[in-house]
Design a protein around this ligand. Structure first.
Ligand code: SF4
Ligand code: FES
Length: 250
């Protein structure tokens, strides 16, 4: 297994009010067989052995499911591989001697907690504003009791694939959360179960998104380009329609 030497530039910030700066590290024992997060684990082991402060970074499943990993790698949210969360990125994408700059999501509504960790609780509050079905649905129904056409089910599933990572916000020049919010509105808007609260859901979630300080969408589509689940910006168009209909209907 050939070792790689990497020149890392990692954002270090002691706390929410710290100044923060890119700190250089030379990592000599990385391997192309590691995942990107395993490479950061190796860096942290080295820092701990040297008596230093390990780099804080968010992660959990390391399988592209939970949405916790949140790294801007060489200026791209989740790094260079399309439709891939940072935890599923592998070091075979890099070569010996490469310089890699690692930064946190940067958005006013995602303040830095420490180093590469940001506070994404704004997303939780958008979900709490309407991203649920509150009617009593009773026990689990048979799967064939409520027929749903395949294209409709596929549309809802495409939206429901959003893992809430926030890369869309990090990539957007306006730091807009439109793709995330649109996916969460869309997944219910097309299904029968989502109809009773359809209008109030769209209105409350969009208004909460604005209240959190996210910017508006101006159709750059950078969000779609970095989304690890390839959520389409067509959902943003649907969110805008849902919101306008809700407002006009009072
Ligand atoms: S829309 Fe994509 S980039 Fe945005 S939070 Fe969901 S999965 Fe992440
Ligand atoms: S750590 Fe769970 S999606 Fe990356």
């Amino acid at each position: 297994m050939a070792n790689m030497t990497l020149n890392l530039r990692v954002w270090r910030q002691a706390g929410p009010n710290g100044a923060g700066k890119l700190e250089p590290y030379v990592l000599e024992d990385a391997s192309e067989h590691m995942s990107f997060l395993e490479m950061l684990d190796v860096l942290n082991e080295k820092l701990i052995k040297e008596g230093g402060d390990p780099v804080e970074f968010d992660n959990d499943c390391r399988e592209g499911i939970c949405g916790m990993c949140s790294l801007v790698i060489n200026g791209v949210a989740h790094g260079p591989q399309k439709a891939t969360a940072a935890c599923q990125l592998h070091m075979r994408n890099y070569k010996d001697g490469d310089t890699i700059t690692i930064e946190p999501w940067r958005a006013r509504a995602f303040p830095v907690v420490k180093d590469l960790v940001v506070d994404r609780s704004a997303f939780d509050r958008i979900i709490a504003a309407g991203g649920y079905i509150s009617m009593n649905a009773g026990g689990a129904a048979d799967a064939n009791a409520l027929p749903i056409a395949k294209p409709v089910a596929d549309d809802a599933m495409d939206a429901a694939a959003c893992i809430g990572c926030g890369a869309c916000v990090a990539a957007c020049p306006n730091a807009s959360a439109s793709l995330f919010t649109a996916a969460k509105i869309s997944q219910f808007a097309v299904l029968p179960q989502g109809q009773p609260e359809r209008a109030s859901r769209a209105q409350r979630m969009v208004e909460q998104m604005d209240a959190e300080g996210f910017g508006d969408c101006s159709n750059h589509a950078e969000c779609e380009a970095v989304c690890p689940k390839e959520i389409s910006i067509k959902h943003i168009a649907r969110m805008k329609r849902e919101y306008m209909k809700a407002v006009l209907a009072g």
